[in-house]
Write a protein that binds this ligand. Sequence first.
Ligand code: IPM
Ligand code: MG
Length: 367
Amino acid sequence: MAEQKVLKIGVIAGDGIGPEIVREARKVLDCTARKCGFDIEYTDLLMGGASIDVYGIPLTDETIEKAKESGAVLMGSIGGDAATSPWYKLPPEKRPEAGLLKIRKSLGLYANLRPAYLYPELAASCPLASQDGGRSFDLIIVRELTGGLYFGARHTEVVDGLRTATDTMTYNEAEIRRIARTAFETARKRRGHVTSVDKANVLDTSRLWRAVVEETAQEYPDVTLSHMLVDNCAMQLVKNPEQFDVIVTENMFGDILSDEASMITGSIGMLSSASLNETSFGLYEPSHGSAPDIAGKDLANPIATILSAAMMLRYSFNLEEAADCIEEAVRRTLQNGYRTKDLIPAEAGDLKCCSCSEMGSVICGYI
Ligand code: IPM
Ligand code: MG
């Protein structure tokens, strides 16, 4: 008998709803593996608050090494309630989020892909006024993930008797060129249009960004390019998201715009993401956070994590069919009216309300 392919997956369940959504994603991955004929070897990794509780820091070097030994990492969410959790009494570099930034940087995960797609079944949950014929958009945000304000020098000091804080934003042309290439390559496999988002009317980093994206576009004559200022983009996303195919932008603009883009799909609980480096390695996580208010209540929507697992099969393991299979199962689950609480509009109609674990099981049933 031919040996089955074994996928080595690092798993960061994390904090808040992380463990429950990751449990459902693993359930779906296991069903998919049985159906498509591969095996999975999971390695549990600690990061964020879960790591602070054990090691006092949000990410250890050993965990980074273990992550590197896997083919990809699947992550739930990290962080807690900043007002009540003891993790936020620690200095900033020891808080849960610092673990996430460190793993992104240490593994060179510079390209963050965040698709935002409106399922026709969820049109009623979309907060935008409907258009003639209903809304329909399918865009992807390509966010630069290891540069900009997130990684520039920062400090707080007293200047002339006033507490004064400084963050710095730096980009070099190589950092811009590689993410621009990711965007153009992504557009090539989609509808062939890139919108590059910046604040070139004010920022030097944005002016360089625009120039380098223009230069890179010369390598992709089959892809069209336009530029948009970030404030206008925030507005256009709620006015006419149908105009976008691929949006490429720097780290912080991408953070903000991707939350906005996910919300217009009906629920932030639907959006998957992939953070990739130059190899096939990636870290896959839902775009939403750890939702400490509903943690442990079996209420969370596991779909974003399940779709992130599908992205992992596609990008890191080249298992296109298995990825399609998960995406199709999610579609059929929605078509058949299954919804976690976040997806139920005021006029619920015939929808079937299910818990986090029931949602995972229903999706498994359609694999
Ligand atoms: C995200 C999150 C993180 C970010 C936080 C938790 C540091 O908001 O992945 O979008 O800002 O990148
Ligand atoms: Mg964010």
